[in-house]
Design a protein around this ligand. Sequence first.
Ligand SMILES: Nc1ncnc2c1ncn2[C@@H]1O[C@H](COP(=O)(O)OP(=O)(O)OP(=O)(O)O)[C@@H](O)[C@H]1O
Ligand SMILES: [Mg+2]
Length: 228
Amino acid sequence: MLHRPTNKVNKNSLVSLLNPASPVSEVYKTLRTNIHFSSIDSPLKVIMMTSAVKGEGKTTTVCNLAVAYAQEGKKVLLIDCDLRAPAVHQLFSQSNRTGLTNILANQNQWQEVIRDTPIDTLSLLTSGPIPPNPAELLGSSRMQALIEELRQHYDVILLDVPPVLAVTDSLVVSALCDSVVMVVVAGKVDKELVKKTKASLEHVNARLIGVVFNRINRRERKAAFSYY
Ligand SMILES: Nc1ncnc2c1ncn2[C@@H]1O[C@H](COP(=O)(O)OP(=O)(O)OP(=O)(O)O)[C@@H](O)[C@H]1O
Ligand SMILES: [Mg+2]
């Protein structure tokens, strides 16, 4: 049988939930702490995780970070703003029948489509049905109003988005965020692409607070966080 390489998120990727005491889970807690220390005076509430190209580990990182924040007792909402290849629901084994796009299409109130997780203080807003016009929906005034309202109800809001160089979606969403963290597979993704991504984010005045170096290698599962 032919085994094709797959980029599909593996449910074991949610190590922070499955094995909170493991060394890998500790790395996500360190990431949480480093984000906290990156802005002591004005705590960051809405944080977006992005990357230059696909498959660098955005979804894996943001989901584990969400668990790490919730384990600290924070009231957390994780929103899947990747309306092209949504995957957050897969990691949490949830349905994606309704979600963000239903709210943006005026079909549901946010309270109706937010989902619980095994962790009391962590809620999910999955993408919902894939729309024909993701960038338009994400850049809508309805999306802006939604994030503003959700800010009143949660301590931390984490957003998963598509890669920067593929489509404009993440640049559009960055305008709604207090900060942006970039995931980079060190040594595998061309430095020029990383620089171009940083420049694109800066061009739209996104607040890039740091980089997670993610090694997608079974023997060296680790993620580190560094500042510019
Ligand atoms: N630190 C890691 N160690 C091992 N495997 C990882 C790590 N981070 C991500 N992966 C694996 O790499 C693959 C891609 O990860 P993920 O889906 O999180 O990337 P992504 O940036 O969200 O991709 P996309 O751009 O397609 O949304 C998945 O199979 C995931 O399980
Ligand atoms: Mg993803």
